[in-house]
Design a protein around this ligand. Structure first.
Ligand code: TRP
Length: 326
């Protein structure tokens, strides 16, 4: 049997290039390598832990699926579905809740970050990593492609595995997080902050038009030194742009630096905007088409649910027995 890969996409706002380069691009590559059984899902339950407008959520969930398909997640090669459609995710999370110390969850970086941003914590927000552990272990994943910000959550999943196996007998294997070469893209207008929708001027969305991309890249901060170089410590802003160029063009970083030796920021930015626009074009075209075909998208997701469900049920049954349920 091929090793299993699991990852989730949280539908809270549109995808930006940080999400794409940090996770989605790699998820597609792993799928296309043909070496794994890939399970990718829209993490709608996770999205409910943040304040949201219920009138908009359904559309966001649907659009996230469209984005995944448009980026190259292929239902012929991967199982793709919506988390809440496979109820075993929540069921297994409940079991894992009973073996996870609250103190551990209160210490999680992302949780503390959300609190410091002023979010009033609900129990679901605290429990977020436990649901993630359930997502991953239901399919007995070995590898979990995620952005850097999710590393600690995969670490918690490994702890859940150890605790569970200790108490109830060997059932799960510890999964490993896999990161891309660009697990953390910084905001174009502030290189000390991760790219995020909360800082829109520095955030490039996958659906941005060529004009918008050009404008945002043009306004990207650089530094007072001259020349294009890659040194994230000393020149974080320029290095971030070089990394984005490298990722979108497929040209390795040292060659990007060489290519733009002696070239001014304005010219470099023009070419950067160009390479981003060009790479995103097929994505955007596919997205436009799929957004008009809701029936196809929904039926594809349903077919994914049908494939995921029996596997999830099997694990859940095994777990129920081990923990002493009848
Ligand atoms: N928390 C992840 C994120 O914000 C999404 C996610 C939910 C996930 N469940 C997962 C990722 C399981 C990997 C595996 O990006």
């Amino acid at each position: 049997m091929k090793p299993v890969i699991v990852s989730g996409l949280k539908p809270s706002g549109e995808l930006h290039i940080g999400n794409y380069l940090g996770m989605l691009k790699q998820a597609v590559e792993l799928q296309n390598s043909n070496k794994y059984r890939c399970f990718y899902f829209i993490a709608d339950y996770h999205a409910l832990t943040q304040r949201y407008n219920p009138k908009e959520k359904a559309e966001e969930i649907y659009k996230m699926a469209v984005d995944a398909f448009s980026a190259g997640i292929d239902p012929k090669k991967s199982v793709i579905f919506v988390q809440s459609h496979v109820s075993e995710h929540a069921n297994l999370a409940w079991i894992f809740n009973t073996i996870t110390p609250v103190g551990k969850l209160q210490g999680m970086i992302e949780y503390k970050e959300k609190l410091s941003e002023g979010q009033i914590p609900n129990a679901g927000l605290l429990d977020y990593p436990v649901l993630m552990a359930a997502d991953i272990l239901l399919y007995k994943a070995e590898f979990v492609p995620v952005g850097e910000d999710q590393r600690q959550h995969v670490e918690l999943t490994r702890e859940v595995v150890r605790t569970f196996n200790d108490r109830f007998g060997k059932t799960f294997k510890e999964p490993k997080a896999v990161h891309t070469k660009a697990p953390r893209i910084m905001s174009l207008d502030n290189p000390t902050k991760k790219m995020s929708k909360s800082m829109p001027a520095g955030c490039l969305y996958l659906s941005d038009s060529p004009e918008v991309i050009r404008e945002k890249v043009k306004r990207a901060v650089t530094d007072s030194l001259t020349g294009i170089d890659y040194d994230p410590e000393k020149r974080p802003a320029v290095s971030n742009l070089v990394l984005v160029y490298s990722e979108f063009s497929g040209v390795p970083i040292p060659e990007v630096v060489k290519k733009f030796h002696g070239v001014g920021y304005a010219k470099f930015k023009e070419e950067l905007a160009e390479v981003i626009t060009k790479t995103l074009k097929p994505f955007q075209e596919k997205r436009k088409k799929l957004l008009k075909d809701k029936r196809l998208v929904m039926s594809t997701l349903e077919a994914g649910t049908k494939k995921a469900k029996p596997i999830a049920q099997k694990t859940m049954k095994e777990v129920a027995k081990k923990v002493g349920l009848i």
